[in-house]
Design a binder for this molecule. Structure first.
Ligand SMILES: NC(=O)C1=CN([C@@H]2O[C@H](COP(=O)(O)OP(=O)(O)OC[C@H]3O[C@@H](n4cnc5c(N)ncnc54)[C@H](OP(=O)(O)O)[C@@H]3O)[C@@H](O)[C@H]2O)C=CC1
Ligand SMILES: O=C1O[C@H](COP(=O)(O)O)[C@@H](O)[C@H](O)[C@H]1O
Length: 502
């Protein structure tokens, strides 16, 4: 792992007048600046078509950080590092002007030619920008050049391949940082630590002791103003292909021989290769889709997906997906990894539940005392609360040989609330330091698309009976049946918390 501390660099944000830049990128850069994680000599160049002046751009930056700073001198100093350059990225001539600006900034901030090109724009522009950056000489610098690419990375394997070929003409794989913001989340990064730094878990982390693993990422928000994008995506492409599969890979991978980018990625790739392909008629046995209907959340009546802006009234797009992933290798043979994700669900929550098998003979359990049986669970709370709870059995105080479930908990929020870095902050920091561990390698992207494409091919061909779950629920009934037929049930995310949690 490369970790150059406090590197000096120019960050060029393509799409700097957009939503992502304002909500995530500027606040993250500000926190890095405040925590002295970037050198004082840094510059940010924003690119967009709008004809903003530097001052207009800087006031947009300042308004994006206003919620966590009140010192206007500090905000002014921070914003003074930001420069705006208006141009249409499809116009090749404009890149030479940008080059001139970057060279000047290198000189005035004493930056040794280190550049991050952050593409916070629609993917149709990624190939063009990458090509122009190379052909117009913006990457021919003394320092390093890195390309950060936002999602979506294609909408299937062929389109992802095409996009990859385009950007690979200008940047090598080790210069490309494909963002999966879940990999920047504190507790997602903690999966490896929980597994590989605890003598308690790793010996049990296999099909002899684990009965199933459940990964839930539920959202209360609907599709909001992203109907156009979402109609051509759906939950499978939007969440499963990237975030859900990455979490499964981290849960299932073998211990890497070293904590280096290549070793970790190589173990994740092996998991993705071992995933049983789900195709043809098997899709309905392994995967369930849903689309939200109207419903009540927090007392508010909300519209169904088909009534949202830019959504077809007969839309066949899924806003919910659940599935059973089987990893056909020695460690995991026979252990289902259940995943589910959806919009307009009961609660916003991302959790992993590792359910352990019962012990060979449980003295405290008989058929009359069914409620006594509580499997051991390890729950990794990813968001909104961050922590771990271990569900065990202890003696019931009221006499008799009865047990009661107890929980041992660790809550990250209560230790480190303010300082827990936001996902984008960590990822920008990693990229500045040249650490690509928490970004996805092309091999991971390709294998995930290959898995997901087989399912979407069937779903696109067969019209679903939608809508099939009410807003404010936990998804369609078929998702419960998916587990019931294996003798399991979803652990309700709202009941897995403790008083310290959500
Ligand atoms: N917003 C979010 O929360 C998330 C976004 N993403 C991804 O990030 C990317 C950006 O999303 P978002 O910020 O929401 O998008 P927006 O639509 O808000 O912003 C698009 C940006 O692209 C610029 N732009 C568009 N066309 C051109 C052009 N021809 N030349 C120069 N600039 C252009 C716009 O500038 P102008 O209007 O001034 O021309 C604007 O700055 C997308 O790939 C999206 O999928 C990923 C995860 C979350
Ligand atoms: O990538 C995406 O993620 C968000 C959910 O992210 P989270 O960090 O809030 O869990 C999702 O809303 C969006 O549709 C998707 O594109």
């Amino acid at each position: 792992m490369n970790s150059e501390l406090n590197p000096k660099a120019v960050i060029v944000i393509f799409g700097a007048t957009g939503d992502l830049a304002k909500r995530k990128l500027f606040p993250s850069i500000f926190r890095l600046y405040r925590n002295k994680k970037i050198a004082e000599e840094f510059a940010v160049v924003g690119v967009g078509r709008r004809s903003w002046s530097d001052d207009e751009f800087r006031s947009n930056v300042k308004s994006s950080i206003s919620s966590f700073q009140s010192d206007s001198a500090e905000a002014d100093e921070f914003a003074s590092h930001f420069h705006y350059h208006s141009f249409d990225v499809t116009n090749p001539e404009s890149y030479l002007e940008l080059k001139g600006l970057l060279d000047d900034l290198d000189g005035s901030y004493n930056i040794p030619g280190n550049r991050i090109f952050y593409l916070a724009m629609a993917p149709e522009f990624f190939g063009t920008i990458a090509k122009q950056l190379k052909t117009q000489g913006l990457t021919a610098v003394q320092g390093w050049s890195r390309l950060v690419i936002e999602k979506p990375f294609g909408r299937d394997l062929p389109s992802a391949n095409e996009l990859n070929d385009e950007i690979r003409e200008a940047f090598s794989e080790d210069q490309i940082y494909r963002i999966d913001h879940y990999l920047g989340k504190e507790m997602v990064q903690n999966i490896e630590v929980i597994r590989f730094a605890n003598a308690l878990f790793e010996p049990l982390w296999n099909n002899r002791f684990i009965s199933n693993i459940q990964v839930t990422s539920s959202e209360v928000l609907g599709v909001e103003d992203r109907g156009r994008y979402y109609e051509s995506s759906g939950a499978l492409r939007d969440m499963v292909q990237n975030h859900m599969m990455q979490m499964v890979a981290l849960l299932a991978m073998e211990p890497p021989i070293k904590l280096t980018t290549d070793e970790i990625r190589s173990e994740k790739v092996k998991v993705l290769r071992a995933m049983r392909p789900i195709e043809g008629e098997r899709v309905e046995d392994y995967f369930v889709r849903g689309q939200y209907d109207q419903g009540l959340i927090d007392g508010k009546q909300l519209p169904g997906y088909r009534e949202e802006n830019n959504v077809d009234q007969e839309s066949n797009t899924e806003t919910y997906a659940a599935g059973k992933i089987m990893i056909d290798n020695f460690r995991w043979a026979g252990v289902p990894f259940y995943i589910r994700t959806g919009k307009r669900m009961e609660t916003k929550s991302t959790k992993i539940v590792v359910e352990f098998k019962d012990i060979p003979m449980n003295l405290y359990y008989n058929s009359q005392e069914k409620e006594n049986k509580h499997p051991n669970l390890l729950v990794i709370h990813i968001q909104p609360d961050e922590g771990i709870t271990l569900h065990l059995n202890a003696k019931k105080t009221e006499g008799g040989a009865y047990t009661k479930p107890i929980r041992l908990g660790f809550w990250n929020n209560s230790v480190d609330t303010f300082n827990t870095p936001e996902a984008y902050e960590k990822l920008i920091d990693d990229c500045m330091r040249g650490d690509a561990t928490n970004f996805t390698h092309w091999d991971e992207v390709a294998l995930s698309w290959s898995f997901v494409d087989k399912i979407s091919k069937i779903w696109e061909k067969e019209k679903a009976v939608f809508p099939n779950y009410a807003s404010g629920s936990m998804g369609p009934r078929e998702a419960d049946e998916l587990l019931e037929k294996d003798g399991f049930h979803w652990w309700p995310v709202t009941e897995l918390i403790s008083e310290q949690g959500e």
